[in-house]
Unconditional design. Structure first.
Length: 271
């Protein structure tokens, strides 16, 4: 797969994508990642990539010329996405779609954004990793690249790993996992996982995934059409493991220095 990234801070992306399994995938030729410095496509002594917005306003905008020139010189594979808040929200289905392509390209915004002619005449679409403001698109680009490339054959050490994770084809969160030691902090590894009964282990894992999803992300259960009668029976037959209680918070309002939060735990008497 070929991926091209355009950025004014290319080392942020290149360094992240040089480690772990993604770095090995690049070394082995499974992923061909090119990270391009937009300042290399400027023509002034200061290597200027930004300027003030017409009509006034806070901050600076990325100029269109270096971006257009970089894309023209590199001729990246399409689609070319701008990382920005107005785009389609990136999720596991989107990652699977991108993983099915021969490649794609990413443009990392900075400052207050990019000249609108980049939106209008250059990119194919925007991608958003969520309703949060970042200083630039580089971190978001790393999220997209890692989520996509780990789905490619030859990237993960175990070919089954991407098939049994959260947001897999079942539409569920992942089941709880345990490793050595058998006992730690007063909690033991469930007996079923040490039983050697693979069919029973598979049923237990499915039940735990269903329970975890139903309590933490009920929207995912709704999206898959609810629980089947067999799944409901399975839930009733298996004791769920414990998780932290859901975290909730109230954002700070005007005049407050910070918001408040809780874990929705029952009221406890304080000595």
């Amino acid at each position: 797969m070929r991926i091209d990234v355009f950025s004014v801070f290319p080392s942020l992306v290149d360094d992240f994508c040089s480690g772990s399994l993604l770095g090995k995938a690049r070394e082995n030729g499974v992923v061909n990642l090119g990270v391009h410095d937009l300042r290399d496509y400027t023509h002034d002594i200061h290597r200027t990539v930004d300027d003030t917005p017409y009509g006034g306003g806070a901050g600076m905008l990325m100029r269109p010329e270096p971006i257009f020139e970089a894309v023209e010189a590199v001729q990246p594979l399409r689609p070319l996405f701008l990382l920005g808040p107005g785009g389609k929200k990136f999720d596991q289905d989107f990652a699977r779609y991108l993983a099915s392509l021969p490649g794609f390209s990413l443009l990392c915004g900075r400052y207050e954004g990019v000249d609108h002619r980049v939106h209008q005449d250059l990119i194919d679409a925007e991608i958003s990793i969520g309703d949060v403001v970042l200083a630039g698109g580089e971190v978001a680009a790393c999220v997209v690249i890692e989520a996509v490339t780990r789905l490619l054959p030859g990237v993960m050490g175990n070919s089954q790993s991407p098939m049994t994770e959260s947001f897999d084809d079942r539409g569920l969160l992942e089941e709880p996992q345990f490793t050595r030691p058998i006992e730690f902090g007063g909690t033991s590894v469930p007996d079923i996982l040490r039983s050697g009964d693979h069919a029973a282990i598979a049923r237990w894992r499915l039940a735990q995934a269903l329970w975890h999803t139903q309590t933490s992300r009920p929207d995912l259960i709704i999206a898959r059409g609810g629980l089947t009668p067999d799944e409901q029976s399975l839930l009733e037959a298996v004791v769920p493991v414990s998780y932290p209680l859901p975290f909730t918070f109230r954002p700070a309002t005007n005049g407050e220095s910070s918001g408040t939060h809780s874990h929705e735990s029952p009221t406890k008497e304080t000595p």
